[in-house]
Ligand binder design. Sequence first.
Ligand code: ATP
Ligand code: GLN
Length: 147
Amino acid sequence: FPIIRAQSSPDFVPEAKFYKVEAILRPWRIQQVSKALLKMGIRGVTVSDVRGFGAQGGLTERQAGSEFSEDNFVAKVKMEIVVSKDQVEGVIAKIIEEARTGEIGDGKIFLTPIADVIRVRTGERGEKAERMMGGHADMTSTSSLST
Ligand code: ATP
Ligand code: GLN
């Protein structure tokens, strides 16, 4: 049941009920990604405007000027999504599907185990706090039971 099924899975992945999927992506793909996530019942998402550099560095961009700021950091969006363990691979696959262009600079995804989730409004913790209204559980129970 490894969380990461890819070629070079780490030997040890800390067990947790929840994981944070942190994706650094091209800003102009974010709307497409979030729309697809919403469709699959993912309603809790945090985004931040960030700037960074990876392999994209300063050399390989096709149109310098358009994507670069003066200091060669590229504008990206960081998307953070905390989900239950069984949603992790689906979310990662969806992000790749929607964000990938095949060009250098598509971004990277980091996966982190999360110790707990606490809803400020109610003080709920764990599963109760992580579950969203209209989220995965609601969607699956609605589609299989009624109408
Ligand atoms: P409530 O029912 O009280 O509204 P909620 O669980 O819907 O609680 P919010 O208080 O609406 O959560 O969330 C506030 C912010 O927290 C969101 O705008 C989002 O940025 C972030 N957030 C909430 N849930 C998640 C999540 N699972 N993953 C990432 N970010 C989240
Ligand atoms: N696991 C939550 C649910 O299915 C969704 C979490 C999220 O939207 N980030 O309701």
